[in-house]
Design a protein around this ligand. Sequence first.
Ligand SMILES: Cc1cc2nc3c(=O)[nH]c(=O)nc-3n(C[C@H](O)[C@H](O)[C@H](O)COP(=O)(O)OP(=O)(O)OC[C@H]3O[C@@H](n4cnc5c(N)ncnc54)[C@H](O)[C@@H]3O)c2cc1C
Length: 128
Amino acid sequence: MRVDAGFDWDALVDWTLDHGLQGLENLALIPGQAGAAPIQNIGAYGVEVGKFIAAVRLRLPGGCRRPADGRACGFGYRDSVFKREPDRRIVTAIELRLPRSGATNLAYAGLSEELAAMGGLTPTPRNA
Ligand SMILES: Cc1cc2nc3c(=O)[nH]c(=O)nc-3n(C[C@H](O)[C@H](O)[C@H](O)COP(=O)(O)OP(=O)(O)OC[C@H]3O[C@@H](n4cnc5c(N)ncnc54)[C@H](O)[C@@H]3O)c2cc1C
């Protein structure tokens, strides 16, 4: 799916869950816009957005447009090529590839401990 840079990130997470798409649930409630998500490779509770970014659509100096393949984004922990080279590109949209099935990532220590304390619940992506 392609998302315009100005789309609210948390509203996007909600939209994906409403439409049966998974993967972003751990990144709910992170404030900001979709276009900022790849800049620092937003992450939370053991999940980073870079895992789901297929491409980032860019406007370069001079006005030309170019998509960057996800693998060319240099994603690292709260890091990307965009963060290392600020002022070189404007993100105009991101393209995400999200699964329609699969387990929610509950591996993050704080999450698994809290769920164990709650009696070993296995939440769905929507209520995670
Ligand atoms: C309460 C709170 C909780 C947070 N929790 C988390 C968290 O759990 N995980 C996490 O990773 N972050 C977290 N953050 C940080 C923040 O939410 C993210 O960095 C988010 O991506 C910022 O989005 P923004 O639209 O406000 O970007 P801004 O803060 O406006 O910009 C961030 C940077 O990205 C650049 N930028 C923004 N949009 C574009 C664009 N379209 N093209 C090119 N460059 C652009 C800006 O120039 C700037 O350098 C949190 C922040 C707050 C205040």
